[in-house]
Design a protein around this ligand. Structure first.
Ligand code: NAI
Length: 719
């Protein structure tokens, strides 16, 4: 809705009212149309100010209206009517002007922003483009290069940058509405022609073709298959080369294509899924809205290796006091230096003071006596972790939450070794922990809802996409990764190359295929895990039986490379070769290819032609199938949890919505049929055996993804 008041005798003040962000719902648009009309027809009103209630100008279109039949006045003519008004209209921008909110402001003749306001056209992140004239007005206002940057990335700018770019006319530290009213009074009666952005051409730009070619190339590369950034470039090109009306037509056509694309649906699903995972629930019935988190003022990190350092930075950046404990003196000194460097660089980027004093270093675990929460990140060794947890239980004040950053150890086993298992949860970060968005909060059967609530809230404070998951080997992310990686190994045995597998997955949209990723993270990591599982045997055995271990198909290829000392980038050799250890540019390795040939010969395997489709189906459907097992087991509460984990932590292309959304798009029956097909060909591979949940969902008519929760509940109640 929009409220109308006359202020300072001759300024019509329109206030958008639609909490929480004054989104442009049908009612708000109707309100704007009515109040603008009222202001323009009132002879006592000389100028108009538009603002939003509660310190927020406007967060943009009402995303809930997407997909439904639009009612109420459309945005484009509404903005046009404002721009054509014969009285100056000033936007008073507090909080944020995003998407349709900024497009509305661009239709105004002047824009005054509060110094803390943020502006942007983030439509691209929802698979769309600014289609209420934003793609046509912004380049006319600030020039093609700057507009391309903002529209194709969707990034938000501060008020200071907006002023520098020319998006706003004035920035104030004081009351924005009062400043806008004063400004509106000062410009009353002035000619508005120069202020109607749509009536002007874009500022001259030399070598326009070369600029667009260069930008298009860059955008195509970084988009990894997403179409919205490309459509954004095309829309800006229309602004730069066509009259406004034709540019608007092009904007409309491009938007229509995007709107009906699966990608926009996937990206909007991700938007809602990221919000849904905050409303966590446990199988016990405990939930986010009935579990109160404990306050955390002081935290501790135990073990300052790769993970502990990043976790310390992430905690300190939230403003918490952190006690950082490391037993090895040399490690402690190195960690101190590394953490200070990360804090300084992070602070510089964010334009704030580094929280160096927020971290206290110690070699003594006694130093954590008065903290509210501890995150343990020592070596992945259950005996060591158990010892550390027992020490912590003795040292910490009652009620301190004990969290482990284990990658795969049993959180419940660890909890059972402490006097207060209800205070134990997993907080599974991803490397580098201060950068990566994902956090799996792992609860065991004994974790209290309050412990989960506290860890989830802390994750949110650190800016992480935090997902509560049940306790099982590998939790959600790594558990699903295992069959994906195993399929990639099997494909190599059958005739594929690392290059072919990686290319198929990278064309699908992953930043790196399985083998490049494995070279980056180190082949020795998986080798150590497989050794621990008793799977690794000497590489001399040959024939089919050598590739069956613990009753299922096994590929020793990774183990054999490790035996050669080929650990990936760190040794300069892995699935690819590198110029020197630590170098990042992967090159074809002729040795690896003859090694693969000799391996196949030794094991009686005949290489066959494998295409991209088979790579995608076997790797991705195996991963998705594990996702259905996870849902069936109740380890993840819903498909959104799995999808957020994959999109924010495992490089799954966001425009494909996450593995479970992708399965829904492909069609559950098709996924089932392909799994059955491959299972027949490879009966010794259990992860290709379709999950019973997938079968049951298909049998119940393949409900759409938003109905899976209901369907799973119903199916479980029938068991
Ligand atoms: P790391 O080997 O880099 O660091 C472990 C640190 O703990 C070392 O500095 C060691 O001196 C210290 N430490 C050992 N015993 C200690 C004790 N009693 N008190 C204090 N410090 C002690 O290991 P990283 O990679 O940081 O892994 C730590 C944990 O995080 C492991 O459980 C690992 O599985 C898990 N993790 C690792 C990921 C990775 O990508 N590296 C990702 C997610 C989890």
């Amino acid at each position: 809705m929009a409220e109308y008041n006359r202020v300072s005798e001759c300024v019509g003040l329109i206030t958008l009212r639609n909490p929480p962000v004054n989104a442009l719902s049908a009612a708000v648009r109707q309100g704007i149309v009515d109040t603008v009309q009222r202001a323009l027809s009132d002879p006592n009103v000389k100028s108009v100010v538009i603002c939003g209630q509660n310190g927020i100008f406007c967060g943009g279109a009402d995303i809930k209206e997407f997909g439904s039949n639009m009612t109420g006045p459309p945005l484009i003519p509404m903005i046009h009517a404002i721009e054509s008004a014969n009285k100056p209209v000033v936007a008073a921008i507090e909080g944020s002007a995003l998407g349709g909110g900024l497009e509305l402001a661009l239709g105004c003749h002047y824009r005054i922003a509060h110094s803390k306001a943020r502006l942007g056209l983030p439509e691209v992140s929802l698979g769309l483009l600014p289609a209420a004239g934003g793609s046509q007005r912004l380049p006319r206002l600030i020039g093609v290069p700057a507009a391309l940057n903002l529209i194709t990335t969707g990034r938000h700018v501060t008020a200071a940058e907006a002023l520098q770019l020319g998006i706003v006319d004035q920035v104030t530290d004081h009351n924005t509405v009062a400043a806008a009213v004063k400004f509106a009074l000062s410009v009353a009666g002035r000619s508005l022609d120069p202020r109607r952005i749509s009536t002007h051409p874009c500022p001259q730009q030399p070598d326009l073709d070369a600029l667009f070619e260069e930008v298009m190339q860059k955008v195509r590369q970084s988009a990894r298959g997403a179409i919205a950034p490309i459509a954004c470039v095309q829309a800006v090109r229309a602004a730069a080369t066509l009259p406004y009306a034709q540019g608007m037509e092009r904007e409309r056509e491009l938007m229509a294509t995007l709107f009906t694309s699966g990608q926009a649906r996937a990206l909007q699903y991700c938007f809602f899924a990221e919000r849904a995972v905050g409303r966590w629930r446990m199988p016990s019935g405990a939930r986010w809205d009935t579990s109160k988190p404990r306050p955390v003022h002081k935290a501790a990190v135990i073990g300052l290796g790769t993970m502990g350092r990043g976790i310390t930075v992430a905690l300190a950046q939230t403003g918490l006091s952190v006690i950082a404990v490391e037993t090895q003196e040399k490690q402690l000194m190195e960690a101190k230096q590394a953490i200070s460097g990360m804090l300084e660089r992070g602070a510089k980027r964010r334009g704030v003071a580094p929280a160096l004093d927020g971290v206290i270093y110690s070699q003594n675990i006694q130093a954590v006596a008065d903290v509210d929460l501890v995150i343990e990140a020592v070596f992945e060794d259950i005996a060591l972790k158990t010892k550390v947890f027992q020490q912590l239980s003795a040292v910490c004040k009652p009620g301190t939450l004990l969290c482990t950053n284990t990658s795969a150890l049993d959180v419940d086993q660890l909890a059972s070794e402490t006097p207060n298992p209800e205070l134990v949860v997993g907080m599974h970060f991803f490397a580098p922990a201060h950068v990566m968005k994902l956090l799996e909060v792992v609860y065991g059967p004994r974790s209290s809802p309050q412990a989960v609530a506290t860890a989830m809230q802390l994750g949110k404070k650190m800016g992480k996409a935090s997902v509560a998951v049940g306790n099982c080997r590998g939790f959600v992310g790594n558990r699903m990764l295992k069959p994906y990686i195993e399929e990639a190994f099997f494909l190599l045995e059958e005739g594929a190359t690392p290059e072919l597998v990686d290319q198929a997955l990278e064309e699908f949209g992953f930043p790196m295929g399985v083998f490049r990723m494995s070279d980056l993270s180190g082949l020795d990591v998986g080798w150590r895990v497989r050794k621990g599982d008793g799977l690794v045997e000497p590489g001399t055995a040959s024939g089919r039986s050598a590739r069956i271990r613990q009753g299922r198909r096994y590929s020793p290829l990774g183990d054999l490379l490790c035996e050669e000392g080929h650990f990936g980038q760190k040794t300069g050799r892995g699935w690819y070769q590198y110029d020197k250890p630590g170098s990042r540019v992967a090159r074809f390795d002729p040795w690896l290819h003859s090694f693969l040939g000799a391996y196949r010969a030794q094991h009686g395997l005949v290489a066959r032609r494998i295409d991209h489709q088979e790579v995608l189906e076997r790797c991705l459907y195996a991963l998705i199938n594990e996702g259905f097992h996870i849902l069936d087991d109740g380890i993840a509460a819903g498909p959104e949890d799995i999808d957020v984990i994959y999109v924010s932590g495992y490089g799954w292309p966001r425009h494909r919505g996450g593995p479970m959304f992708y399965a829904n798009m492909v069609g559950l029956a098709k996924v089932l049929e392909r799994l059955e097909h491959y299972q027949q060909l490879h009966p010794e591979v259990p992860h290709l055996q379709p999950s019973s949940l997938l079968r049951r969902l298909v049998a119940s008519g393949s409900p759409p993804i938003h109905k899976w929760g209901e369907a799973i509940k119903k199916l479980h109640s029938q068991l």
